[in-house]
Ligand binder design. Sequence first.
Ligand code: FMN
Length: 458
Amino acid sequence: MGSLIEPGAALRGAQGVSLSWLLEGGFKMSRFRFYTAGESHGYALISLIEGVPAGLGLKKADIDRDLARRQTGYGRGGRMKIETDRAEILSGVRHGLTIGSPIALMIRNKDWDNWRDVMSPDAPGPQDTTGPGATAKPVTVPRPGHADLAGALKYGHDDIRNVLERASARETAARVAAGAVARRLLGEFGIRVISHVIRIGTVTAKDVPERPEEIASAAEGSPVRSADPKASQHMVDAIERARENGDTLGGIFEVIATGVPAGLGTYAQWDERLDGRLAQAVMSIPAVKGVGIGLGFESACYPGSQVHDEIYFKDGFLRKTNHAGGIEGGISNGEPIVVRAAMKPIPTLCNPLNSVDILTGEPSPAHSERADACAVPACAVVAEAMVLIVLCQAFLDKFGGDSVQETKRNLEGYLETTGLRVTAGPGKPAGLHRQAGPRDAVNMHETRDRRHLEADPA
Ligand SMILES: Cc1cc2nc3c(=O)[nH]c(=O)nc-3n(C[C@H](O)[C@H](O)[C@H](O)COP(=O)(O)O)c2cc1C
C-alpha cells in the first residue's frame, strides 16, 4: 500500500507551488537576511544578521560610527541625550573577521535602569519602584499619527505602552547596526551609500554640489544633513520655530549609492525588482510616507524625450543624465542609484492633538512624552541602512560566495562579460569589450534642476 502522504503532493501546492516558497510568504528569501528585536525602553536592541560571507573585516567601530550618525541632527529630543548607542558583537566574528555564521549584535538601552520595573518581563512585585522618566501608569490616550490606536485595537491592549515600545523608531538603531555590516561588505566591492536632506518643512536645499562625495562631506558637516549651507541654517531656524510652537516638522531626503554594477535585481518576478525592494525597505521606516527612484513622481510631468536617459558607448555604456535613478526594468543599470523619500512630521506633540481615552471613551489630549521635533536627518541615516541592506541582498543574490574572496572572483568574472555584445564566432569571443566599472558620478544636475522647478512652494 502506498504512503498516505505522497511526497510530491506534500511538497507542492495545488498549482505546483513549492511548500518552501509558500512558507516564505510567497517572497523569494534572500541569503542575506536580518531581523531586529527589542523595545524602546527594554534591556537592549538586537540585530541578527545571516548570510554574510566569511573573511570580511568587521570591527565594533564600523557599527558604532553609523549608530552615532543616526543620533545626530538638529531637532532630536531628550532621549538622544541619554542614549549613546554602542554595539556589542555577540557572535559571527572572530579576531576581527566574519566566519560565515550568523552575526548577533546588541545595543544596550542606557535608560533601562530607569525602566527596569515598568518594562520588566516578570510580574510586578510590591517593592517595585519606577526610575526618573519612567511611568508605570498605563497609556490610554492614543496619539494621532502614531501606531497607538491601530496597535491597541489589533493586539487587544489596554495599555498603549505595549504598542509604542516596539513601534517607536528606537528600533531603527538595530537596522542601522545591520546596515553598517552591509556597508562593510559592499565597501569591499567599491559600493558607497550616502544621504542628504533636501527639504525640511518648506525650506528646500538649492545649492547642492554635483559629486556624491562632495554632497556627503557637506551633509556630514551640517546640523541637518543638508549639503546646502545656506538652506541648512534656514532648516535649523524652521525646526526651532516649530519647537517653540510645540510642533514638529517632516521633510524629504535622498540616498545615493555609487559603484553599483549593472545587473542587480530583475524584471523576471515582481518581488525581485530592485526598485520595488528598495521602495518597500525605505517605506518600512517609521514615518516615511513616500519613496521615489530617480525623478520619481516628477517623471510624470515631462515628455518621454526629456525623461529617459540617452545611451552612448565610450569604454562602457554611459548616460548623460540619470533621471531613472540607476534602475531600469527593476535592474541596476550601472549609474548611481538615487532614492528619495518623504518623512511625515513626528506625531508626538508638546501641544497634543485631540484624541479619546480608549478605556473610557472620554475626549482627551493625546499622550505626550519625550520626543523629537524633527528627525529627518536621522531618518536619512536609517534609509542609508535600508538601501545598504537591499543592495547587499541583491548583490549576494547575484554574485553569491561563501567567502569574500569567492564573491570577488564571481564579480570579476561577471564584469568581464558586460561590455559590447560582440557576436561570438571564430576568433571573436562574446563580450570582448569589457564594460568600464560601475559609475561613481553621473550628471545628476539636470535631475536636481527639475526638482527645483517643482519643489519649493514658498
Ligand atoms: C529616526 C526617527 C526618530 C523618530 N522619533 C520620533 C519621536 O521622538 N517621537 C515620535 O512620536 N515619533 C518619532 N518618529 C516617528 C514615529 O516612529 C512614526 O511616526 C510612527 O512610527 C508612525 O509612523 P507610521 O504611520 O509610518 O508607522 C521617529 C521616526 C524616525 C525614523
